[in-house]
Design a protein around this ligand. Structure first.
Ligand code: GAR
Length: 414
């Protein structure tokens, strides 16, 4: 769960919209942990306290930004939301706070924005100009006031008898309070997500790496389209993992769907999407290497896809991954880097599951690993399409690389 600090200056109706969104489940990938106000009399502080959120004040004046940074240190939030915050933050501040900063602005940027355009002044300028449409914009903050990348916008009509106050209220109700929580959720979800891209049918996938504190981890998932492929479950067998069928089906090649995805040999964990697990196991047992084993194998004999064979081996000194596909045999070797891992899957990321399945392209994708096996495995499982996901196994070792915590998901009951 990402931590969100909200910076405010006034009434805090946008803060309230974020709190409401958190309470009704629209904002679920991040949690508001702190509100910092630039005014000690701002009503936003009362709103925060009412919901048990830490409320801090950094009054405008000398060392204004350092005071905010001091308060932020308490939580080290990944996200900072400027919700009715009436000050421009310096480049130096933005660089120092090490978080994504999101702002809500009450106009359609690039109109009526930048220095001097804040609060009611924006709506006064809109009315003076005679435009018939205004709105609100949520954007990332950079060193240019109201100049960062736009995340969301919503238009609102300007009506003939509008006053700045009436227009402000309409823009808030019909745009700001709607788009701000949704935009914050979508940014949090993107940061939290394991796949670096939206993905429909990755097929089978392997992740190896280590947690932020350096604990070794691995994950393996399978997805399926055919009945026989879907009728599978993962089961632990000692420290190994096996696949079983929930229904018997005579029309399939069992060697391609029933195999040991995970086997352990003298401190080496071997993880693959086929019976090449056994090939690697036998070679390594005889003193030969991961690469030597896989050079004797090739992609799967399942035209028209010719599904790649993906494999990994992980031990105390690092991990290797490989993909054997029609285009060639590829090997990758990594040293551990805290909080990072690599993901390789069988099919390319923009695959539509009812079409032919092109092989995974490029190198294994670097991904972020969290410290908590529950959190990591739940987000991975949730990112796999419900119509195709079959099983997932995740293991996080303790620092001794002997004991571990694991999590197993099966769509089918055993
Ligand atoms: C909102 O309209 C917000 O978009 C605007 O101030 C108002 C604050 O209301 N922010 C800016 O103008 C920032 N440049 P609130 O305190 O009730 O959320």
């Amino acid at each position: 769960m990402l931590k969100i600090s909200v910076l405010v200056s006034g009434g805090g109706t946008n803060l309230q919209a974020l709190i409401d969104a958190q309470n009704n489940g629209i904002l679920k990938s991040g949690k508001i942990v702190q509100v910092i106000s630039s005014r000690s009399d701002s009503y936003a502080l009362e709103r925060a306290k009412k919901f048990g959120i830490c409320a801090d004040v950094a009054e405008i004046g000398e060392n204004f930004e350092s005071k905010i940074l001091e308060h932020l240190k308490k939580f080290n939030p990944e996200i900072i939301v400027l919700a009715g915050f009436m000050h421009i933050l310096s480049k130096n501040f933005i660089e120092q706070c090490n978080a994504k900063i999101i702002n809500i602005h009450p106009s359609l940027i690039p109109s009526f924005c930048g220095k001097g355009f804040y609060g009611l002044k924006v709506h006064e300028a809109v009315l003076k100009s005679g435009v018939k449409i205004t709105g609100a914009t949520v954007h990332f903050v950079n060193e240019v006031p109201d100049g960062g990348e736009i995340i969301a916008q919503k238009a609102v009509p300007v009506l003939p008898d509008d006053t700045p106050e009436r227009l402000q209220r309409r823009v808030m109700e019909n745009a700001e309070w709607i788009i701000l929580p949704r935009a914050v959720e979508s940014v949090c979800r993107k940061i939290n997500s394991i796949f670096p891209y939206p993905i429909k049918y990755p097929g089978r996938g392997i992740i190896t790496g280590c947690t932020p504190s350096g604990k070794i981890m691995l994950a393996y998932f399978i997805m399926g389209r055919s009945q026989s492929s879907k009728a599978r479950i993962f089961e632990r067998s000692g420290d190994d993992l096996i696949i079983k069928l929930t229904k018997q089906d005579k029309n399939f090649d069992p060697s391609l769907i029933l195999y040991s995805p995970l086997r352990m040999l003298n401190g080496n964990l071997i993880l693959t999407n086929g019976d090449q697990t056994d090939t690697i196991y036998d070679f390594v047992k005889d003193g030969e290497t991961f690469e030597e084993a896989l050079r004797t194998r090739e992609y799967e004999p399942d035209p028209p896809h010719f599904t790649p064979r993906i494999s990994a081996m992980i031990n105390k000194s690092g991990y290797k991954q490989s993909i054997l596909k029609k285009a060639g045999k590829y090997f990758f070797e990594y040293e551990f880097e805290n909080g990072k891992g690599h993901l390789i899957h069988t099919y390319d990321h923009d695959v539509t599951p009812d079409k032919n399945l092109p092989s995974f392209s490029g190198e294994p994708r670097e991904i972020k690993i969290s410290e908590d096996v529950e959190e990591f495995s739940n987000s991975l499982w949730n990112e796999l399409d419900k119509n195709y996901r079959v099983s997932l196994y995740v293991r996080f070792y303790d620092s001794d690389f002997k004991s571990y915590r694991d999590k197993l998901f099966n769509t089918n009951a055993n």
